[in-house]
Design a protein around this ligand. Structure first.
Ligand code: GLA
Length: 385
Protein backbone atom coordinates (compact mmCIF):
# COMPACT_ATOMS: atom_id res chain seq x y z
CA UNK A 1 0.00 0.00 0.00
CA UNK A 2 1.41 3.38 -1.02
CA UNK A 3 0.84 6.85 0.39
CA UNK A 4 -2.02 7.64 -2.03
CA UNK A 5 -3.90 4.54 -1.06
CA UNK A 6 -3.48 5.34 2.61
CA UNK A 7 -4.96 8.79 1.97
CA UNK A 8 -7.87 7.14 0.14
CA UNK A 9 -8.63 4.74 3.00
CA UNK A 10 -8.33 7.55 5.55
CA UNK A 11 -10.70 9.74 3.55
CA UNK A 12 -13.21 6.90 3.17
CA UNK A 13 -13.17 6.17 6.91
CA UNK A 14 -13.07 9.69 8.34
CA UNK A 15 -14.74 11.73 5.58
CA UNK A 16 -11.78 14.12 5.19
CA UNK A 17 -8.14 14.01 4.10
CA UNK A 18 -5.36 13.44 6.64
CA UNK A 19 -3.38 16.54 7.65
CA UNK A 20 -0.14 14.58 8.07
CA UNK A 21 1.41 11.24 7.21
CA UNK A 22 4.26 9.96 9.33
CA UNK A 23 6.45 6.88 8.86
CA UNK A 24 8.61 4.92 11.27
CA UNK A 25 10.72 1.93 10.20
CA UNK A 26 11.32 -1.43 11.85
CA UNK A 27 14.84 -2.68 12.52
CA UNK A 28 17.20 -5.61 12.28
CA UNK A 29 20.01 -6.07 14.74
CA UNK A 30 23.29 -7.08 13.11
CA UNK A 31 24.89 -8.25 16.35
CA UNK A 32 24.67 -7.61 20.11
CA UNK A 33 21.58 -9.58 21.13
CA UNK A 34 19.93 -9.48 24.53
CA UNK A 35 22.59 -7.18 25.90
CA UNK A 36 20.91 -3.78 25.61
CA UNK A 37 19.27 -4.30 28.99
CA UNK A 38 22.66 -5.37 30.35
CA UNK A 39 24.41 -2.12 29.49
CA UNK A 40 26.10 -3.55 26.39
CA UNK A 41 26.90 -2.36 22.87
CA UNK A 42 24.52 -3.26 20.06
CA UNK A 43 24.55 -2.78 16.29
CA UNK A 44 21.06 -2.36 14.81
CA UNK A 45 19.93 -0.75 11.51
CA UNK A 46 16.57 0.71 10.54
CA UNK A 47 14.98 -1.04 7.55
CA UNK A 48 12.77 0.26 4.77
CA UNK A 49 9.62 -1.51 6.01
CA UNK A 50 7.71 -0.02 8.91
CA UNK A 51 4.53 1.66 10.12
CA UNK A 52 2.58 4.60 8.70
CA UNK A 53 0.23 6.97 10.51
CA UNK A 54 -2.23 9.18 8.66
CA UNK A 55 -3.72 11.67 11.11
CA UNK A 56 -5.96 14.73 11.45
CA UNK A 57 -7.04 16.72 14.46
CA UNK A 58 -10.80 16.67 15.22
CA UNK A 59 -13.08 18.92 17.26
CA UNK A 60 -15.12 16.01 18.67
CA UNK A 61 -12.81 15.55 21.70
CA UNK A 62 -12.31 11.95 20.65
CA UNK A 63 -9.23 9.84 20.05
CA UNK A 64 -10.14 7.53 17.19
CA UNK A 65 -7.78 4.63 16.55
CA UNK A 66 -8.05 2.61 13.37
CA UNK A 67 -5.62 0.26 11.69
CA UNK A 68 -5.64 -1.32 8.25
CA UNK A 69 -3.96 -4.47 9.59
CA UNK A 70 -6.38 -5.18 12.45
CA UNK A 71 -10.18 -5.06 12.68
CA UNK A 72 -10.24 -3.70 16.26
CA UNK A 73 -10.84 0.02 16.58
CA UNK A 74 -11.14 2.35 19.56
CA UNK A 75 -12.87 5.64 20.21
CA UNK A 76 -11.91 7.25 23.51
CA UNK A 77 -12.98 10.53 25.10
CA UNK A 78 -10.21 12.93 26.03
CA UNK A 79 -9.05 12.19 29.56
CA UNK A 80 -6.24 13.29 31.82
CA UNK A 81 -4.60 9.89 31.62
CA UNK A 82 -5.19 6.44 30.20
CA UNK A 83 -4.49 2.87 31.28
CA UNK A 84 -3.93 -0.24 29.19
CA UNK A 85 -7.10 -2.01 28.11
CA UNK A 86 -6.82 -5.65 27.04
CA UNK A 87 -4.19 -6.73 24.58
CA UNK A 88 -5.33 -4.76 21.54
CA UNK A 89 -2.84 -3.09 19.19
CA UNK A 90 -4.03 0.44 20.06
CA UNK A 91 -2.52 0.18 23.55
CA UNK A 92 0.86 1.04 22.00
CA UNK A 93 -0.15 4.45 20.60
CA UNK A 94 -2.43 5.00 23.60
CA UNK A 95 0.49 4.47 25.97
CA UNK A 96 2.50 7.06 24.03
CA UNK A 97 -0.34 9.60 24.12
CA UNK A 98 -0.66 8.95 27.84
CA UNK A 99 3.05 9.69 28.22
CA UNK A 100 2.71 12.98 26.33
CA UNK A 101 -0.09 14.00 28.68
CA UNK A 102 2.52 14.21 31.44
CA UNK A 103 4.24 16.89 29.32
CA UNK A 104 1.21 19.11 29.76
CA UNK A 105 0.40 19.34 26.07
CA UNK A 106 -2.99 20.70 25.10
CA UNK A 107 -4.40 17.47 23.72
CA UNK A 108 -7.27 17.65 21.23
CA UNK A 109 -9.23 14.97 19.40
CA UNK A 110 -7.34 12.94 16.78
CA UNK A 111 -8.44 10.74 13.91
CA UNK A 112 -5.69 8.18 13.39
CA UNK A 113 -5.24 5.50 10.77
CA UNK A 114 -2.25 3.19 11.15
CA UNK A 115 -0.85 0.80 8.59
CA UNK A 116 2.20 -1.43 8.87
CA UNK A 117 4.04 -3.54 6.30
CA UNK A 118 6.29 -5.23 8.83
CA UNK A 119 5.36 -8.83 9.49
CA UNK A 120 3.73 -8.69 12.96
CA UNK A 121 5.41 -10.66 15.73
CA UNK A 122 8.39 -11.41 13.50
CA UNK A 123 10.95 -9.71 15.70
CA UNK A 124 11.45 -6.71 13.39
CA UNK A 125 10.22 -4.31 16.08
CA UNK A 126 6.71 -3.55 14.94
CA UNK A 127 5.96 -2.41 18.51
CA UNK A 128 8.92 0.01 18.76
CA UNK A 129 7.93 1.25 15.31
CA UNK A 130 4.36 2.15 16.30
CA UNK A 131 5.54 3.65 19.62
CA UNK A 132 8.18 5.94 18.12
CA UNK A 133 5.85 6.77 15.22
CA UNK A 134 3.15 7.96 17.61
CA UNK A 135 5.69 9.83 19.74
CA UNK A 136 7.05 11.64 16.67
CA UNK A 137 3.52 12.51 15.55
CA UNK A 138 2.53 13.79 19.01
CA UNK A 139 5.65 15.90 19.22
CA UNK A 140 5.03 17.40 15.76
CA UNK A 141 1.29 17.92 16.21
CA UNK A 142 1.58 19.55 19.62
CA UNK A 143 4.92 21.36 19.20
CA UNK A 144 6.65 19.41 21.95
CA UNK A 145 10.05 19.70 20.22
CA UNK A 146 11.16 16.29 21.43
CA UNK A 147 14.55 15.10 20.14
CA UNK A 148 14.71 11.72 18.43
CA UNK A 149 16.72 10.33 21.35
CA UNK A 150 13.92 11.43 23.68
CA UNK A 151 11.34 9.82 21.39
CA UNK A 152 13.23 6.55 21.79
CA UNK A 153 13.21 6.88 25.58
CA UNK A 154 9.47 7.61 25.57
CA UNK A 155 8.88 4.49 23.45
CA UNK A 156 10.92 2.36 25.85
CA UNK A 157 9.11 3.77 28.88
CA UNK A 158 5.74 2.94 27.32
CA UNK A 159 6.87 -0.59 26.49
CA UNK A 160 8.23 -1.12 30.04
CA UNK A 161 5.50 0.55 32.08
CA UNK A 162 2.32 0.68 29.98
CA UNK A 163 2.71 -2.55 28.00
CA UNK A 164 4.74 -4.43 30.63
CA UNK A 165 7.71 -5.78 28.69
CA UNK A 166 11.14 -5.11 30.22
CA UNK A 167 12.80 -4.38 26.88
CA UNK A 168 16.01 -2.41 26.53
CA UNK A 169 16.48 0.72 24.46
CA UNK A 170 17.83 -0.85 21.26
CA UNK A 171 14.69 -1.11 19.13
CA UNK A 172 13.26 2.31 19.89
CA UNK A 173 16.68 3.91 19.43
CA UNK A 174 17.24 2.17 16.09
CA UNK A 175 13.90 3.20 14.61
CA UNK A 176 14.18 6.77 15.92
CA UNK A 177 17.82 7.34 14.95
CA UNK A 178 18.36 5.06 11.90
CA UNK A 179 20.22 6.36 8.85
CA UNK A 180 20.21 5.08 5.29
CA UNK A 181 22.99 2.54 4.65
CA UNK A 182 24.37 2.88 8.16
CA UNK A 183 24.50 0.59 11.17
CA UNK A 184 24.26 2.24 14.58
CA UNK A 185 26.82 1.28 17.17
CA UNK A 186 25.02 2.11 20.39
CA UNK A 187 26.30 1.97 23.94
CA UNK A 188 23.09 1.13 25.81
CA UNK A 189 24.49 2.30 29.12
CA UNK A 190 25.50 5.85 28.14
CA UNK A 191 23.42 6.12 24.92
CA UNK A 192 26.58 7.30 23.11
CA UNK A 193 26.43 6.16 19.52
CA UNK A 194 28.14 6.33 16.18
CA UNK A 195 27.08 5.50 12.64
CA UNK A 196 29.09 2.81 10.87
CA UNK A 197 28.92 2.61 7.07
CA UNK A 198 27.22 -0.68 6.27
CA UNK A 199 29.16 -1.42 3.10
CA UNK A 200 28.68 -5.02 2.11
CA UNK A 201 29.80 -4.85 -1.53
CA UNK A 202 28.74 -7.98 -3.42
CA UNK A 203 26.52 -9.15 -0.58
CA UNK A 204 22.96 -8.52 0.50
CA UNK A 205 21.57 -8.72 4.00
CA UNK A 206 18.80 -11.29 3.68
CA UNK A 207 15.98 -11.41 6.22
CA UNK A 208 14.50 -14.86 6.68
CA UNK A 209 11.21 -14.94 8.54
CA UNK A 210 10.70 -18.27 10.30
CA UNK A 211 6.95 -17.55 10.20
CA UNK A 212 6.82 -18.91 13.70
CA UNK A 213 4.81 -16.51 15.82
CA UNK A 214 6.65 -15.40 18.92
CA UNK A 215 3.81 -16.52 21.20
CA UNK A 216 5.42 -16.81 24.62
CA UNK A 217 8.05 -14.28 23.71
CA UNK A 218 7.09 -11.57 26.20
CA UNK A 219 7.04 -13.81 29.25
CA UNK A 220 10.25 -15.59 28.21
CA UNK A 221 11.84 -12.22 27.56
CA UNK A 222 11.00 -11.00 31.05
CA UNK A 223 12.35 -14.28 32.42
CA UNK A 224 15.76 -13.69 30.75
CA UNK A 225 15.74 -10.11 32.03
CA UNK A 226 15.17 -11.38 35.58
CA UNK A 227 17.89 -14.05 35.24
CA UNK A 228 20.42 -11.42 34.21
CA UNK A 229 19.45 -9.20 37.13
CA UNK A 230 19.91 -12.15 39.46
CA UNK A 231 23.35 -13.01 38.09
CA UNK A 232 24.33 -9.35 38.39
CA UNK A 233 23.07 -9.08 41.96
CA UNK A 234 25.43 -11.92 42.93
CA UNK A 235 28.46 -10.64 41.03
CA UNK A 236 28.10 -7.02 42.07
CA UNK A 237 28.68 -8.03 45.67
CA UNK A 238 32.30 -8.69 44.73
CA UNK A 239 32.77 -6.59 41.58
CA UNK A 240 32.32 -2.81 41.27
CA UNK A 241 29.88 -3.00 38.33
CA UNK A 242 26.40 -1.74 37.48
CA UNK A 243 25.84 -4.00 34.46
CA UNK A 244 26.86 -7.49 33.39
CA UNK A 245 28.51 -5.99 30.30
CA UNK A 246 31.05 -4.16 32.44
CA UNK A 247 32.57 -7.49 33.39
CA UNK A 248 35.40 -8.81 31.20
CA UNK A 249 36.15 -12.48 30.54
CA UNK A 250 39.07 -12.62 32.91
CA UNK A 251 37.13 -11.24 35.82
CA UNK A 252 34.12 -13.42 34.95
CA UNK A 253 36.28 -16.56 34.99
CA UNK A 254 37.56 -15.58 38.43
CA UNK A 255 34.12 -14.95 39.86
CA UNK A 256 31.70 -17.19 38.01
CA UNK A 257 31.78 -19.84 40.76
CA UNK A 258 29.97 -17.33 43.00
CA UNK A 259 26.86 -17.58 40.85
CA UNK A 260 26.42 -21.20 41.85
CA UNK A 261 23.57 -21.77 39.39
CA UNK A 262 24.37 -23.34 36.01
CA UNK A 263 21.49 -21.58 34.23
CA UNK A 264 22.43 -18.10 35.45
CA UNK A 265 26.06 -18.83 34.60
CA UNK A 266 25.14 -19.63 31.01
CA UNK A 267 23.08 -16.45 30.72
CA UNK A 268 25.97 -14.33 31.98
CA UNK A 269 28.39 -16.10 29.68
CA UNK A 270 26.28 -15.21 26.67
CA UNK A 271 25.95 -11.57 27.71
CA UNK A 272 29.65 -11.06 28.38
CA UNK A 273 30.83 -12.87 25.25
CA UNK A 274 28.24 -11.17 23.02
CA UNK A 275 29.34 -7.74 24.14
CA UNK A 276 32.93 -8.68 23.29
CA UNK A 277 31.82 -9.92 19.85
CA UNK A 278 30.21 -6.57 19.08
CA UNK A 279 33.60 -4.89 19.52
CA UNK A 280 35.17 -7.42 17.17
CA UNK A 281 32.33 -6.99 14.69
CA UNK A 282 32.83 -3.22 14.65
CA UNK A 283 36.51 -3.69 13.82
CA UNK A 284 35.69 -6.24 11.12
CA UNK A 285 33.06 -4.01 9.52
CA UNK A 286 35.32 -0.96 9.60
CA UNK A 287 38.15 -2.93 7.98
CA UNK A 288 35.80 -4.36 5.33
CA UNK A 289 36.46 -7.89 6.62
CA UNK A 290 33.04 -9.30 5.91
CA UNK A 291 34.07 -12.92 6.28
CA UNK A 292 35.18 -12.23 9.85
CA UNK A 293 31.96 -10.32 10.45
CA UNK A 294 30.00 -13.33 9.18
CA UNK A 295 31.85 -15.71 11.51
CA UNK A 296 30.94 -13.48 14.43
CA UNK A 297 27.29 -13.68 13.37
CA UNK A 298 27.45 -17.48 13.51
CA UNK A 299 29.18 -17.36 16.89
CA UNK A 300 26.51 -15.00 18.19
CA UNK A 301 23.80 -17.43 17.09
CA UNK A 302 25.51 -20.36 18.82
CA UNK A 303 25.69 -18.39 22.03
CA UNK A 304 22.01 -17.40 21.83
CA UNK A 305 21.11 -21.01 21.14
CA UNK A 306 23.21 -22.80 23.74
CA UNK A 307 23.79 -20.29 26.51
CA UNK A 308 20.91 -17.88 26.33
CA UNK A 309 18.41 -20.45 24.98
CA UNK A 310 16.24 -18.05 23.02
CA UNK A 311 16.53 -19.63 19.56
CA UNK A 312 14.43 -22.66 18.64
CA UNK A 313 14.13 -25.33 15.97
CA UNK A 314 12.91 -22.93 13.28
CA UNK A 315 15.68 -20.34 13.65
CA UNK A 316 18.32 -23.06 14.05
CA UNK A 317 17.12 -24.73 10.86
CA UNK A 318 17.61 -21.46 8.98
CA UNK A 319 21.11 -20.95 10.36
CA UNK A 320 22.02 -24.63 9.72
CA UNK A 321 21.08 -24.19 6.08
CA UNK A 322 23.09 -20.98 5.81
CA UNK A 323 26.20 -22.74 7.09
CA UNK A 324 26.03 -25.23 4.25
CA UNK A 325 25.24 -22.69 1.53
CA UNK A 326 28.43 -21.75 -0.31
CA UNK A 327 27.55 -18.12 -0.98
CA UNK A 328 26.44 -17.32 2.55
CA UNK A 329 29.16 -16.10 4.93
CA UNK A 330 27.21 -15.51 8.13
CA UNK A 331 23.77 -15.81 9.72
CA UNK A 332 22.06 -15.48 13.06
CA UNK A 333 18.69 -14.96 14.68
CA UNK A 334 17.89 -11.27 15.16
CA UNK A 335 15.79 -9.64 17.88
CA UNK A 336 14.32 -11.32 20.92
CA UNK A 337 14.18 -14.83 19.40
CA UNK A 338 11.65 -17.60 20.27
CA UNK A 339 10.68 -17.48 16.58
CA UNK A 340 10.76 -14.38 14.42
CA UNK A 341 13.52 -13.65 11.93
CA UNK A 342 17.10 -14.53 11.12
CA UNK A 343 19.48 -12.47 9.00
CA UNK A 344 22.16 -13.71 6.61
CA UNK A 345 24.92 -12.24 4.45
CA UNK A 346 24.44 -13.75 1.00
CA UNK A 347 26.21 -13.06 -2.33
CA UNK A 348 23.99 -10.76 -4.37
CA UNK A 349 23.96 -12.84 -7.52
CA UNK A 350 23.11 -16.01 -5.58
CA UNK A 351 20.18 -14.46 -3.71
CA UNK A 352 17.43 -15.98 -5.90
CA UNK A 353 18.98 -19.42 -5.66
CA UNK A 354 19.46 -19.00 -1.89
CA UNK A 355 15.80 -18.08 -1.53
CA UNK A 356 14.60 -21.07 -3.56
CA UNK A 357 16.84 -23.54 -1.76
CA UNK A 358 16.23 -22.40 1.79
CA UNK A 359 12.48 -22.57 1.22
CA UNK A 360 12.70 -26.22 0.20
CA UNK A 361 15.13 -27.13 2.99
CA UNK A 362 13.09 -25.38 5.68
CA UNK A 363 9.75 -26.75 4.50
CA UNK A 364 11.11 -30.30 4.56
CA UNK A 365 12.02 -29.97 8.21
CA UNK A 366 9.47 -27.51 9.59
CA UNK A 367 6.46 -28.20 7.38
CA UNK A 368 5.88 -24.71 5.94
CA UNK A 369 7.95 -22.14 4.09
CA UNK A 370 9.88 -19.22 5.53
CA UNK A 371 9.58 -15.68 4.13
CA UNK A 372 12.78 -14.48 2.46
CA UNK A 373 13.60 -10.94 1.39
CA UNK A 374 16.57 -8.68 0.81
CA UNK A 375 16.66 -5.82 3.30
CA UNK A 376 17.20 -2.16 2.53
CA UNK A 377 18.80 -0.14 5.32
CA UNK A 378 16.76 3.05 5.61
CA UNK A 379 16.24 6.22 7.65
CA UNK A 380 14.56 6.57 11.03
CA UNK A 381 11.18 8.13 11.83
CA UNK A 382 9.92 11.18 9.89
CA UNK A 383 7.03 12.92 8.19
CA UNK A 384 6.28 12.08 4.56
CA UNK A 385 6.15 15.10 2.31
C1 GLA B 1 13.76 -7.18 21.79
C2 GLA B 1 13.85 -6.00 22.75
C3 GLA B 1 15.21 -5.29 22.65
C4 GLA B 1 16.36 -6.29 22.75
C5 GLA B 1 16.14 -7.48 21.82
C6 GLA B 1 17.17 -8.56 22.02
O1 GLA B 1 13.78 -6.76 20.47
O2 GLA B 1 12.83 -5.07 22.48
O3 GLA B 1 15.30 -4.30 23.65
O4 GLA B 1 16.56 -6.69 24.06
O5 GLA B 1 14.86 -8.07 22.00
O6 GLA B 1 18.43 -8.09 21.70
Amino acid sequence: MGKNELIKVFTARFGKEPQHIFFCPGRVNLIGEHIDYNGGNVMPCAISMGTYLAVSKNTDKLLRFQCINFPETAELHLQESYTKTGKEWFNYPLGVINEFLTKEIDLCGLDMLFYGNLPIGAGLSSSASIEVLTAFAMSSLFGAETTNKELALIGKKVENEFIGVNCGIMDQFAVAMGKKDKAILLNCDTLDYEYLPFEIGDYVLAIINSNKQRKLADSKYNERFAECRKALSILEKKLPVNHLCEINFHSFEEHRHLINDPVLEKRALHVISENFRVGEAKDALSAGELVTFGKLMYASHESLKDWYEVSGKELDTIVDFCKTYKDCIGARMTGAGFGGCAIALVKKNSFDDFEAQIKVYYKNIIGYEPGVFASIIGDGVGELS
